[in-house]
Design a binder for this molecule. Sequence first.
Ligand code: 1HN
Length: 346
Amino acid sequence: MSETLGTLEELPQEYRDEMTKAGVAPLWPMMRNVLPHDKPDAVSKSHLWKYDTVRPLLMQAGELTPVEKAERRVLVLSDPGRGNGAMQATASLYAGLQLLLPGETAPAHKHTPSAARIIVEGKGAYTVVEGEKLPMSEGDLILTPGGTWHDHGHEGDEAVVWLDVLDLPLFYYLEGSYAVEAEIQAQRNRPDASQVEYRAAGIVPARRRQNVISKFPMMRFPWDRTKAALQELAAYGGGDAVEVDFVNPETGESPLPVMGFTALMIRPGETVKPPLRSSSAVFHIISGSGRTVMNGEVMDWNAKDTFSVPVFAKMEHSAGDEPAFLIYAHDIPLQEKLGYYEERTR
Ligand code: 1HN
């Protein structure tokens, strides 16, 4: 292994000019930039977005910009490592806070990236995915897989805010990101699959030969079930961190191809120390308050705050006097498909 590689400056100017003219460049001065030793150099920087700070700006957007002028009225959570306006929170994850006001609709479209929504506040809004009406309640996780039609509506009487997380940066990088627009969808007159086919864990509709199981059978994960599952695990599970993964109930696999979702309960007095992971993540606090020390930096968070986690971040989470409940989106399913997902002990 060579310790120091040759630099561009060491090369004669005339040779460098000839290379530029020929449209080529030497690899060796740039080799370590693209292949650093031992672990990647993260461009992304972690950040905590306080809901108290962002909420007033989002409500102002509600006054300044009618939904018809925005299509999706969103404030994007920009990675400080890439600068304000960056359309991503980490290398692979886009995140933004979306506001829908009573009576508003956001028109139907479908796009190549997948989206997930975590409901932050308010009642009465819903999203329709492929004709299935998915009601939104605080803490629910709702999926919009890539290529599925979706529109949003609001039958309630208070502002509704949710956190969107998309695998958009990856699709954009692949030059594969685009959308198709349409009219609002007709809604099937029945409850969503979490209330019908997948009403209870471990029970699925009988597998008859003619059944065609959807690739995305369950697109809404109601928060009350997730919270109850965490509380029972906390009471009777082992000594590990109290965490549950959201899965496709038909396969047990991650419910989307790129993004995975995990809910975490932190008990008062406990310090959760996850391994260093090759994945990046966006954490959202559903309820409670607490602290995350990330690469030595202290982040004090409250309910409805959101923070980003770059690759191989060293973290310690603790809660205040009440248990804290969080959901995080990550890119572990993608990294597993690519064969490089890794956890390192601390
Ligand atoms: C999108 O389609 C939604 O459907 C929200 O609500 C945020 C950010 C980038 C690209 C598409 C939505 C989005 C988005």
